[in-house]
Design a protein around this ligand. Structure first.
Ligand code: ACM
Ligand code: ZN
Length: 619
């Protein structure tokens, strides 16, 4: 790590001075800080704390705090190259970073942090709060230092706590298998954004990713596919076999790693649909008996578990028993989405079940299925969460609902006094394009720019004050239909994950889009340090065009999702450069003009060229 730091420092120094020099000049205001997510309260004070090798990290005997202190040392080493000692009795007169557990009113995840010339004190009532305090300390470290310059933090007092308890990210490992090494990195990145739930989508039609010792064929057969068509409806097929799965040892390693970073891992074991990977291995669990193949194409599969077959419930109880041994968290995701009922309508066993249980239709059969699994998990002290389709046919009595088809399901569940996690595809599906599709890598069809994630408000206005309390949090989802590398997963997740973090953590009144964009410039440097392949799409220029039909003119405004962009454009078909026309406000252009434009800073091009032809169509 030391080597990494030394290797990267010169690059960063150059980067910082070119890219955010103007921002560094804004001293004596809380704007000097770039903390993401924005804390509850920041109070800038006089003076500064100098970090050097003489400082010590002072903790009490708590073992958990020792682990947090070690992560602080690692962060200080990675970001500024110092490696302080952890002590329980600091040397007389030494300057310290004190990590202390004390009773407080800020809840389990809140903390207080004060920095003055003598040291830093972080206090929290639970280790979770101290862990978030050290994330903030990492973000107080200067990223704009020249070589040899001392490391200082301005004196400041911070009080902080999260808005929501569930601050999640889903990674779809079913459609693309990511290594344990990457999963741990993914959890690291969550933690640095003060996110606290990793939703591990372990079961999908295209791959069963969790070893189940009682049913070895799930991973011997269900974890592998011969080829994949990455582009829906096109000819492009990746002919390579793809697959992989996590062993029990892998999972224990990931869960322990997450626990040390105060991230709860929520495993998703899909049912009754999205399970072709299980049916390939055990076709007797379907209505038709198969045989099956894992398809090359994406989409919803009609073959699902048979809801009339007792063997299916025995199988799932066995699977969940192993899952519970591996995952200590109370909540287990049972899927529940996109389950076609075609085979249930004609399957004698399913129809017999409907008759025997006095159910109205196949939706009630799905509700029977989920409720039965809930009863099993509740009897073992666990709770279920499921996608909003579990509302159809009647919601299981103790279920939490994950609202993905917009917010309708979330509103309905909150009105029924069930906990809700908001993850609407309109605002939090991070696999959607974040820039103009022609400037982005192949992706899913939706459009979700950074500004739209940032603007998301999780509490629907329609809910009463009491119902609002059932919205327990928010989550972003990274589906993998078009994500087949760790670099692409990074790219889709960040910086939109930073916007999600602020939606999830920061008080609504503390959100500020302009200031977020400013802070993001420093966050990008942290991403560089960590090796996160973040998207630069926020620098892309996008157009707002008002046509003046009849005058053969249009008014065009140019925007980006970045801070104080320098936009240059051309109207003569040539590529823009810092010698082109500088954009300073709305422009009027004639029809049949094509605008080419890009963002620059200090002469360096930061975005690809966006192009727009101004054409008036007459109907
Ligand atoms: C989902 O996107 N099918 C939950
Ligand atoms: Zn059936």
């Amino acid at each position: 790590m030391k080597q990494l730091f030394l290797r990267r420092l010169p690059l960063l120094v150059i980067l910082c001075y070119c890219s955010i020099g103007t921002m560094a000049q804004q001293t004596n205001s809380k704007d000097v800080f770039s903390i993401i997510p924005q804390p509850l309260n920041i109070d800038l004070q006089q003076g500064e704390f100098v970090l050097d090798e003489t400082i010590q990290i002072w903790i009490d005997t708590d073992k958990e705090v020792q682990g947090i202190a070690e992560l602080l040392v690692k962060g200080l080493n990675d970001f500024v190259g110092i490696h302080p000692k952890i002590v329980q009795k600091p040397a007389r007169g030494s300057r310290t970073i004190r990590l202390q557990l004390v009773a407080d009113t800020l809840g389990d995840e809140g903390y207080r942090l004060s920095v003055d010339t003598d040291g830093i004190v972080a206090r929290a009532s639970k280790p979770n709060g101290l862990f978030y305090a050290i994330q903030t300390i990492h973000q107080l470290l200067p990223m704009t230092r020249s070589i040899g310059e001392k490391v200082t933090i301005p004196a400041v007092s911070i009080v902080d706590k999260p808005r929501f308890g569930w601050r999640g990210l889903l990674l779809d490992v079913g459609r693309y298998f990511y290594s344990v090494d990457y999963i741990k990195k993914y959890i690291d990145y969550l933690a640095m954004h003060k996110l606290n739930v990793f939703h591990w989508h372990l079961v999908e039609d295209h791959g069963w990713r969790i070893e189940i010792k009682k049913y070895p064929r799930l991973t011997e057969i269900g974890a592998w596919r011969p080829s994949t068509n990455f582009q829906r409806g096109s000819q492009y097929v990746n002919p390579n076999p793809h697959g992989g799965y996590y062993t029990h040892e892998d999972i224990r390693e990931v869960v322990a790693y997450a626990q040390a970073r105060y991230v709860t891992v929520v495993p998703e074991i899909e049912m009754p649909g999205h399970v072709l990977s299980a049916l390939v291995a055990y076709p007797e669990l379907s209505c038709t008996g198969g045989p099956f193949e894992i398809p090359e194409l994406w989409g919803i599969q009609k073959d699902v578990y048979c809801a009339g077959n007792e063997q299916v419930f025995t199988f799932l109880e066995d699977v969940l028993t192993e899952v519970m041994e591996l995952f200590p968290g109370e909540i287990i995701h049972i899927g529940g989405d996109e389950c076609p009922k075609d085979h249930w309508k004609t399957c004698p066993k399913c129809q017999q079940r409907i008759k025997d249980e006095g159910l109205k239709d196949e939706h009630e059969l799905q509700s029977y299925f989920i409720t039965r699994m809930e009863k099993f998990l509740n009897s073992k002290g666990r709770r279920i969460i499921g996608w909003d389709e579990i509302l159809e046919g009647g919601l299981a009595p103790n279920a939490t609902v994950m609202s993905w088809r917009g917010v309708k399901g979330g509103i309905e569940a909150a009105r029924m006094h069930h906990p809700v996690v908001m993850t609407p595809n309109t605002h939090l599906y991070l696999d959607y394009f974040q820039g103009e599709p022609y400037l982005e890598p192949t992706g899913y069809k939706g459009h979700l720019p950074l500004r739209k994630v940032y603007a998301y408000e999780p509490i629907p206005e329609e809910l009463t004050r009491e119902e609002q309390d059932y919205i327990i949090g928010v989550q972003g989802n990274v589906w993998s239909e078009f994500t087949h590398s760790r670099e692409k997963a990074d790219y889709l997740t960040y910086p939109r994950g930073a916007a999600l973090a602020e939606v999830a953590w920061s008080k609504k009144e503390n959100k500020n889009w302009e200031d977020f964009k400013r802070r993001l410039e420093t966050q990008y440097l942290r991403y560089e340090y960590k090796g996160i392949n973040y998207a630069r799409s926020a620098y892309q220029v996008y157009f707002e065009v008002t046509d003046h039909i009849g005058q053969n003119k249009s008014t065009v405004t140019l925007h980006t999702d970045s801070y104080q962009p320098e936009i240059y454009y051309t109207l003569d078909g040539t590529q823009p450069s810092p010698k082109s026309l500088k954009y300073t406000g709305a422009i009027e252009v004639d029809t049949h003009t094509t605008i080419h434009t890009a963002t620059f800073r200090d002469g360096k091009q930061l975005s690809p060229v966006s192009a727009r032809a101004i054409v008036h169509f007459r109907r």
